[in-house]
Write a protein that binds this ligand. Structure first.
Ligand code: NAP
Length: 280
């Protein structure tokens, strides 16, 4: 029986710590707002944006909502980001992805000042993380590090296998695990012997975006399994990239979906916002 890594509980702990910290900063006269920009009306994005605004309210940070129509041009969006970059009270700028096809996500990410890049996607933030300099960390991978640490999982010296090499999960995850002194293997869709490599993992982090792909045959007895995937199954129930019921009996610890990695992403976004307010 695996220990269930409870992301809901751990994210709540983090949000409560941040609420206290934000209140102390306020006493010192340090406040600030998170600007949340959404272009278009993608229903999933609307849910994410609403959750982010609610998290700000809980922690005691002001949030400024910019809901722009789908026809917004790239130039208009870049002009808004430029304006927000210049506002001293705005400490974080978040543009909800994905953006409509006529707007370059790359251009938008680069337009956000690295000082306000609370998603940690700007090349300067990624570079700073790579060489271990201070800066905002990408929220989902940083959340997974917190999940592991706060669940008492030892990382140093362990073999961590990551499935996926995206810029928002797989790559930054590998760098953060390396920073924690794990031995890291990154796998992807062109990897041969995926199963054999995964079976060597002490910690298996699955971020492949393939519903219930990873079964027991990919997992070593006693491994820690972190499931980043989020999907809806045929019955519209949330599920991950891992076949949970099959893997749970052989893992030593596992994250459920929902209630594992998901809630950590917003908690770490709030962490970045509070860090930005603290740094002024
Ligand atoms: P992505 O950009 O689609 O990347 C998927 C990665 O998995 C790619 O590197 C791909 O390899 C690799 N892959 C795909 N099929 C594979 C296979 N059969 N064998 C080995 N590797 C394979 O996805 P992402 O943005 O990283 O997200 C991954 C999952 O996490 C999605 O389900 C997403 O919804 C979820 N997610 C959750 C959170 C959260 O807060 N919980 C946050 C972000 C993402 P190639 O590079 O070779 O194509």
């Amino acid at each position: 029986m695996a220990k269930i890594i409870d992301g809901k509980m751990i994210s709540q702990q983090i949000k409560d710590e941040l609420k206290e910290k934000a209140a102390k900063l306020k006493e010192q006269g340090k406040t600030g707002a998170l600007a949340v920009i959404q272009v278009g009306e993608d229903p999933a994005s609307s849910v994410y944006v609403r959750n982010k605004k609610n998290a700000c309210a809980y922690i005691g940070i002001e949030s400024l909502a910019y809901e722009l129509p789908n026809e917004t041009t790239e130039a208009e969006l870049l002009a808004l980001i430029d304006e927000l970059n210049g506002k001293s009270q705005v400490k974080g700028i978040l543009v909800q992805l994905p953006l409509p096809g006529h707007i370059s996500e790359d251009a938008v990410i680069r337009a956000i000042s690295p000082k306000k890049d609370v998603d940690g996607f700007h090349p300067q933030s990624v570079g700073a993380m790579t060489i271990g300099e201070p800066g905002f960390l990408s929220c989902t991978p940083a959340g997974i590090i917190q999940l592991l640490k706060r669940s008492g999982v030892e990382i140093a010296g362990k073999h961590c296998v990551i499935i996926g090499r995206s810029n928002i999960v797989g790559k930054p995850m590998a760098l953060l695990m390396l920073r924690e002194n794990a031995t890291v293997t990154i796998t992807h869709s062109k990897t041969s012997n995926l199963q054999e490599i995964c079976r060597q993992a002490d910690i298996l982090i699955v971020a492949m975006g393939r519903p219930q792909f990873i079964g027991a045959e990919y997992v070593k007895e006693g491994a820690v399994v972190i499931d980043v995937g989020i999907h809806r199954d045929a019955n519209k129930k949330l599920c991950g990239d891992v076949k949970y019921t099959e893997v749970e009996p052989i893992a030593s610890a596992i994250t459920p979906v929902p209630g594992g990695v998901g809630p950590m992403t917003i908690a770490m976004l709030m962490n970045n916002c509070v860090q930005s307010i603290e740094e002024g």
